[in-house]
Write a protein that binds this ligand. Structure first.
Ligand code: ADP
Ligand code: MG
Length: 612
């Protein structure tokens, strides 16, 4: 009987390997960008067509390859990055397996141009499904320019398996974000179907985060830093009030490599345990630096899973570092005042119709309108007492923090400690606690006002009124923003435009589902007007209802969120008086427009009871 075992031809072996390394267009982008980074590229451009189905092109200004290397690069296990097994334990590059290019070439059509710095001629190589069709000298710029066309063209089953473009594109965006985050010092451009989705300059991490995820995000993060002999941890974690129910931004990297690490993820979440409702998760961006020989990255072909030698110790260091940051920025410990049985605060009819002006200058300063508001700073005490006598004891008797199981003696000490530190003795009737709460004696106890939420409520009413009257201040953009929409979105936009004008936008249709945003509401400040318009279009699309009051509320909330004082901001006595005073004038001061409590009262009884 003849022998039956045969070695697979390379092309088949490569296709099988590709199944592991290349699951989808996003994996191609990861491998090619990592190669560009390993080659020392500082400007990396990614061009894709049809969510990567038709074309994935990565251009770098890195080292480039010689003619021979360019050909060798597509051989299986061909790598310039390690030479023997011991190198596996001191990796300084992203790649090391030497199988990415071979795998990609097995399942796509490759057109690569590369030239080393200093060479006068480069090389161009064309490969279809592992078969080298041609290689010839070609004049090109230093660096590498690789095109991967028609992914999975020769593996119909895999090609069919690709999800619809929007899904693949969002995977690509996620991968791009990860790559751009671990390489903040490099320039990245991402172009999809001729539209530039990202254009990122080299920047410090916080700036890169803002460039990637929106200008507001950097203000919602606090730094984390810890330097020990076994690990250096640095990065940012989100303030609890900006935690998310959906799609939290959570990034862990080690030595410049993205990783999934469920135990470390848990360590971070554990620090938020009492600060967040169970259905919300914080954003975080944390980098670990360890000696390369204390981790093993050789576990999984996509190299996301990483084993740490000192996992337990690092777990502890991580948890301590995050907890310390949260404590330092006064994000905790939290006492859960939000009990469900607290009744809504009954309406209080404002006695005066205050005139509300919105400053028309850019960089609207909510405190500058002092003269236009009715009432001297301390009037609010009267207002509050007035308001308070109407709602009688309903509120104070309902807030019973001693009954809260979560409230421990330790917390009481912590709170005590904070009071010792932060109460300013110079302001007898209003005090700021940890730059976050405004404390003041009220007739029946201690009023604790959340400065950010209270101010947000006050500004919201202002904006809403101005929007309704159509006199929200508008600010011309130096560079008009271009808003590109789908035909469906464009149809909605046409109905939205007049309402948006009411709010201070100046919009002109420029044809082809594109709009130019020439001016935006002044109070948007540094919120991106294009993002804001897109949000409104998407809102209207989703709800299926026509814009109107709903839209006004949405934008008023966004502007108030943006313009209000933030937790952590030191306030003067006047500013505290003003916020509290304006709040108490409102018909329903108890909650922010999105339903968070603005203040609580600790009654004397409760205080007495707590003191035992
Ligand atoms: P690995 O990155 O694991 O070494 P790859 O298959 O991704 O394996 O790449 C093979 C080799 O091709 C690399 O080791 C490197 O020498 C070379 N190479 C790939 N991409 C580039 C690039 N953009 N610039 C310079 N050299 C590259
Ligand atoms: Mg590689």
């Amino acid at each position: 009987m003849s022998d039956i075992i045969r070695l697979l031809p390379d092309s088949v072996a490569n296709q099988i390997a590709a199944g592991e390394v290349i699951q989808r267009p996003a994996s191609v982008i990861k491998e090619l960008v990592e190669n560009a980074v390993d080659a020392g590229g500082t400007q990396i451009t990614i061009v894709i067509k049809d969510a990567g189905r038709t074309l994935i092109q990565v251009i770098d200004n890195g080292s480039g390859m010689s003619e021979t290397d360019a050909r060798m690069a597509f051989e299986r296990h061909a790598t310039s990055k390690i030479t023997d097994a011991s190198d596996l334990f001191s990796l300084h590059t992203m790649g090391f397996r030497g199988e990415a290019l071979a795998s990609i070439a097995a399942i796509a059509q490759i057109d690569l141009r590369s030239m080393r710095h200093g060479d006068s001629m480069g090389t161009r190589i064309i490969i279809n499904g592992s078969v080298v069709e041609s290689q010839q000298p070609e004049a090109c710029v230093a660096g590498t320019n690789i095109m991967v066309k028609n992914l999975f063209y020769n593996v119909p089953a895999r090609r069919k398996f690709l999800k619809k473009d929007s899904v693949e594109l969002s995977q690509i965006m996620r991968e791009f974000e990860r790559l751009a985050l671990v390489n903040c010092d490099r320039e990245f451009t991402l172009v999809h179907n001729d539209v530039t989705l990202h254009s990122l300059r080299p920047a410090p991490m916080l700036r890169r985060i803002a460039d990637l995820f929106g200008k507001n995000l950097d203000r919602q993060l606090i730094p984390v830093e810890s330097d020990t002999s076994i690990v250096r941890i640095e990065g940012y974690v989100g303030l609890p009030e900006h935690a998310r129910k959906r799609n939290p931004l959570q990034y862990l990297t080690v030595n410049g490599r993205n990783m999934r690490h469920p135990p470390f993820h848990k360590a971070i979440l554990s620090c938020y345990e009492r600060l967040l409702p169970p259905d919300q998760q914080p954003n975080y961006f944390l980098n670990f630096t360890v000696e390369p020989d204390t981790i093993d990255v050789n576990i999984h072909p996509t190299k996301h899973e990483i084993k740490f030698e000192n996992e337990q110790a690092i777990w502890q260091i991580l948890a301590a570092a995050v907890r310390e940051s949260l404590g330092r920025f006064n994000a905790g410990p939290a006492i859960d005042f939000d009990r469900e049985d607290v009744p809504d605060i009954p309406a209080f009819a404002p006695d005066a119709t205050a005139s509300h002006n919105i400053d028309t200058e850019p960089g609207y300063n909510p405190f500058r309108v002092e003269h236009s508001r009715s009432g001297a700073p301390n009037d609010w005490m009267k207002l509050y007492d007035n308001f308070n006598s109407r709602r009688a004891d309903a509120l104070s008797s309902a807030i019973d923090i001693t009954a809260d199981d979560n409230y421990s003696e330790a917390d009481s000490h912590a709170l005590q400690g904070e009071l010792d530190l932060d109460l300013s003795p110079a302001t007898p009737s209003v005090m700021q606690l940890k730059n976050r709460y405004i404390l003041s004696p009220s007739r029946d106890g201690l009023m604790v006002v959340d400065q950010h939420r209270a101010h947000k409520r006050v500004l919201y009413e202002d904006y809403l009124r101005s929007a309704t009257q159509g006199n929200l201040a508008s600010q011309r953009l130096i560079f008009p923003e271009v808003l590109r929409l789908s035909p469906a979105q464009n149809a909605i936009m046409e109905t939205l435009a007049s309402e948006a004008t009411h709010l201070g936008f100046d919009l002109t249709p420029t044809g082809d589902n594109t709009w130019s945003i020439n001016a935006s509401p002044a109070a948007l400040a540094d919120l991106n007007p294009r993002d804001m318009m897109l949000m409104m279009v998407e809102d209207a699309t989703e709800s299926g209802c026509m814009p109107g009051d709903n839209l006004r509320e949405r934008i008023a909330i966004a502007m108030a969120e943006n313009a209000s004082v933030k937790p952590g901001q030191a306030l003067s006595r006047d500013e505290m008086d003003r916020i509290t005073g304006e709040l108490m004038k409102l018909a329903s001061p108890g909650y922010t427009p999105d339903g968070q409590r603005t203040f609580i009262i600790l009654s004397l009884e409760e205080i007495t009871r707590m003191l035992g």
